[in-house]
Design a protein around this ligand. Structure first.
Ligand code: PLP
Length: 349
C-alpha cells in the first residue's frame, strides 16, 4: 500500500461511483451547463424528483431535492423549529444534529439509545416519555444511526409514528443500502403517516459525497416544508444527472454492498476474538468498536504509522470507542491486521 493517507474516519465510500457516472461526465455538452433546467415548464421540480416519483410511486409534489441530507436536515429544522421550540435528537448521533437547534434558538432534547449485547437499539418508552414532557416540533431519528450503526425496525418506527402524530418526524436514512436493497416502503409510510419526512442521500451508498445531492419524501402534512425548499429556477442539473446515472447502475452498487457485508463479518469475527473489544453490529458502512482504554494509544499509533485515520471521539460516552469506516477490502484487512498486531493477539482475523 502506498503512503497516501486513507481516511476511514468520515464514512465516505472509498470504492467511488459507478462507471456510468464517468461516462456521463465525459459526454457533457454546453447546454447541460449554461441554461436553466426549466423542468418547471413540465410541471415538476427537477428531472431527479421526476425519476424518483416514477421509481417509488410517490407523487412528485412530495419529493424535495436537496444539497445532500445535511441541507435537508437544516431545512426541516429551520422551517419548523424556532426560539423556545424543541427538537428531539439522539444523544448518540452525528454531531451536526446537535448544532441545528442552536442555529434557530431552539431547545435541544436528547434521547439515549441503549445497548443490547453487541447492538444499539432505540428505547421507545424513553422516547415517548421525553416526547410527552417536551412537546417537540421535530423529532430526528437516524436509521441506520451514526455512529451506533443500528436501524429502527419498521414495527418500532410505526409505533413511534402512531404516538407522535402532530409533530414532524424525520427519518434520516443517509446510510441506507449497505445492508440490503429494501427501500420501497417510503410510499406506504408517508401515506400512513403524513407527518413523516424521509431523508436520503447519494453521498454514502452511491459514493457521491462530493456531488452534494440528496432528497426527501415528505408526507402531506408538511406543505410548509415543500414551500420552504422550493427554488424557482430549478436545482443543480449536473448533480441530478450524476445521481440518475448512479440510480441506473444498481449492479455496480450491489457488488460493493456484498463486499461490505463480507467485510463487516470479517471485522466482527476479528474483534470478537480480541479480549475487551465489542464491535457493534452495523447496517451502515462503518462499525463502532469499543476497546480497552489502555490500548487506545497503541491502536492509534499503529494505524497512523500505516497512514490510516479512523474516528476517535472526544465525547465522554465514546471515549473508549472508535468508528471505522469500511474502505476497500484491502484497506479493511489492513486495519484489522494492524489493530490485532497492536494488541498483540496474532492471527485473529
Ligand atoms: C447521519 C448522517 N446524516 C446525514 C449526513 C450528511 O450526508 P450528506 O452528504 O447527504 O449531506 C451524514 C454525514 O456524514 C450523517 O452521518
Amino acid at each position: 500500500m502506498d503512503k497516501r493517507i486513507v481516511y476511514l474516519d468520515r464514512n465516505e465510500n472509498q470504492y467511488g461511483p459507478a462507471p456510468n457516472v464517468f461516462d456521463l461526465l465525459s459526454r457533457l455538452d454546453k447546454e447541460s451547463l449554461c441554461i436553466y433546467s426549466k423542468d418547471f415548464e413540465r410541471g415538476v421540480k427537477s428531472r431527479l424528483t421526476e425519476r424518483l416519483a416514477r421509481d417509488y410511486g410517490v407523487p412528485e409534489s412530495q419529493i424535495i431535492p436537496g444539497y445532500g441530507s445535511e441541507d435537508l436536515l437544516k431545512q426541516v429544522v429551520h422551517c419548523y423549529v424556532g426560539p423556545g421550540k424543541a427538537v428531539m435528537i439522539p444523544n448518540q448521533s452525528w454531531w451536526y444534529y446537535k448544532k441545528l437547534a442552536g442555529e434557530v434558538g431552539g431547545i435541544q432534547v436528547e434521547y439515549s439509545l441503549r445497548t443490547n449485547g453487541s447492538t444499539f437499539e432505540y428505547d421507545l418508552g424513553h422516547m415517548f416519555d421525553l416526547f410527552q414532557r417536551h412537546h417537540p416540533n421535530v423529532v430526528l431519528i437516524g436509521s441506520p444511526n451514526n455512529p451506533t450503526g443500528n436501524s429502527l425496525g419498521r414495527e418500532h418506527l410505526e409505533r413511534l409514528l402512531e404516538g407522535m402524530k402532530g409533530t414532524v418526524v424525520v427519518l434520516d436514512e443517509a446510510y441506507l443500502g449497505f445492508s440490503g436493497s429494501k427501500n420501497h416502503y417510503a410510499k406506504a409510510l408517508i401515506e400512513a403517516h403524513p407527518n413523516l419526512a424521509i431523508l436520503r442521500t447519494f453521498s454514502k451508498y452511491y459514493a457521491l459525497a462530493g456531488v452534494r445531492i440528496g432528497y426527501a419524501f415528505v408526507g402531506k402534512d408538511l406543505p410548509e416544508l415543500v414551500n420552504f425548499s422550493a427554488r424557482y429556477l430549478g436545482y443543480n442539473r449536473l448533480s441530478e444527472e450524476i445521481a440518475i446515472a448512479a440510480l441506473n447502475s444498481e449492479a455496480y452498487y450491489e457488488g460493493i454492498r456484498q463486499k461490505m457485508i463480507e467485510d463487516k463479518e470479517m471485522y466482527y469475527r476479528g474483534f470478537d476474538g480480541l479480549p475487551g473489544f465489542t464491535a457493534y453490529r452495523s447496517d451502515a458502512n462503518f462499525i463502532l468498536v469499543e476497546h480497552p482504554a489502555r490500548l487506545k494509544q497503541a491502536i492509534k499509533e499503529s494505524l497512523e504509522a500505516r497512514g490510516v485515520h479512523v474516528k476517535f471521539f472526544n465525547e465522554a460516552q465514546f471515549i473508549n470507542h472508535m468508528r471505522i469506516t469500511l474502505g476497500t477490502q484491502e484497506q479493511n484487512r489492513l486495519v484489522m491486521e494492524t489493530i490485532t498486531a497492536a494488541v498483540k493477539v496474532p492471527n485473529v482475523a
